[in-house]
Design a protein around this ligand. Structure first.
Ligand code: PMP
Length: 355
């Protein structure tokens, strides 16, 4: 008799759920922290020409050397540090985890946070230790460091600012963790353009610090490109785990083209930050909505009944993320991405109806 999946698939894989992405066609899409602005028309035409010259019949440059050099220059990676590229930062999270998942090794992270850290721990058989944030979503560095002393984690993930809360932890708290860590600490700065704070300039101070970023939130989510910077000794090991051609020719070409013109995306990020201010004030003034301060391009809000509000928004054509049930601290929470002023207006009107 042929075997069934549950007879052959590793128990770790059977136990995890596939990463859920909601159907969004025709909806005002405020669920995934995308930049709502397209590239200017003139640049799109130029980009089309640049992509037309790409040799699709050839394998990509395996390590994306030119793109790595461009990123090092544009993103102010300190001298002496190496850069590794990923097919999105999701790929990099997996690479680091796979490399460090010795039998019995532990991963730690404050929680709630980006679910991919825990998913990768489970997938690779690492022990996942989630240390709860305080009720206001601030980081309890003392509790975290105390737990680190017990668990001796090989790997710590800190999203800075955090997803899904939007909170940027106090620099002192992150430093306390960096100073206490024996293993690798990955600071995931996916939202750094919105927070405008970074540990990139301080890489040299901490031998086991890795700064991870993505171009997704900056405006290139569809391109799939993440990067991380750290000491060459670490990057050399992570590089062995990377699939040989993990960043394809179109991604390398498109990202190079746009990052050469980084100011275009930075100007869009500035507009998003301005919209964030307006949306945050409007949400805070909406009765029945508890709003948490955010340094990212989204807000975490708490309502009386998240399932009902989520469904009411959807009926009005607005897609947000329902976080209810994901973590005890996220009871009745929704996460809403900052959109264009028009999208935010639609969201606010729909929210008043849906509460
Ligand atoms: N890190 C954090 C904190 C995120 O929120 C996300 C996306 N939601 C990612 C990493 C993954 O980003 P990507 O794979 O698009 O680079």
């Amino acid at each position: 008799m042929p075997a069934k999946p549950q007879d052959l698939v590793r128990p770790e894989v059977l136990a995890i759920k596939a990463y859920h992405v909601a159907e969004s066609e025709g909806l005002v899409k405020l669920d995934a922290m995308e930049n709502p602005f397209a590239l200017p028309e003139r640049l799109r035409d130029e980009l089309a020409q640049a992509l037309a010259r790409v040799e699709l019949n050839r394998y990509p440059d395996p390590s994306g050397r030119k793109l790595r050099e461009l990123i090092a220059r544009k993103m102010l990676v300190p001298q002496g540090m190496e850069v590794l590229l990923g097919n999105g930062s999701d790929d990099l999270i997996q690479i680091v985890t796979l490399a460090l998942a010795r039998p019995g090794a532990t991963m730690m992270y404050p929680a709630p946070t980006f679910v991919m850290y825990g998913m990768n721990a489970n997938l690779t058989g690492m022990k996942a230790v989630a240390v709860p944030l305080r009720a206001d979503f601030s980081l309890d560095a003392e509790a975290f460091v105390a737990r680190m002393k017990e668990e001796r984690p090989a790997l710590v993930f800190i999203a800075y600012p955090n997803n899904p809360t939007g909170v940027l932890y106090r620099e002192e708290d992150v430093l306390a963790i960096l100073r206490a860590a024996q293993g690798v600490v990955v600071l995931d700065e996916a939202y750094h353009v919105f927070a405008q704070r970074s540990f990139m300039p301080r890489l040299a101070e901490f031998p086991n610090l890795i700064v991870m970023r993505t171009v997704s939130k900056l405006g290139l989510a569809g391109v799939r490109l993440g990067y991380m910077a750290g000491r060459p000794e670490w990057i050399a090991e992570f590089n062995k785990v990377r699939q040989a051609y993990n960043v394809n020719v179109l991604t390398q070409a498109a990202a190079s083209f746009v990052l050469e013109r980084l100011e275009v995306l930075e100007e869009q990020a500035e507009r998003i930050r301005a919209e964030r201010g307006k949306l945050g004030a409007a949400l805070a003034a909406t009765p029945g909505v508890q709003t948490y301060p955010s340094e990212a391009n989204f807000f975490l809000i708490r309502v009386a009944d998240a399932d009902r509000t989520f469904a009411g928004l959807l009926r009005q054509g607005v897609l947000v993320r329902n976080l209810h049930g994901g973590h005890p601290l996220l009871a009745n929470c929704l996460r809403v991405t900052v959109g264009t002023s028009e999208e935010n207006r639609i969201l606010l009107a729909a929210l008043r109806e849906a509460l």
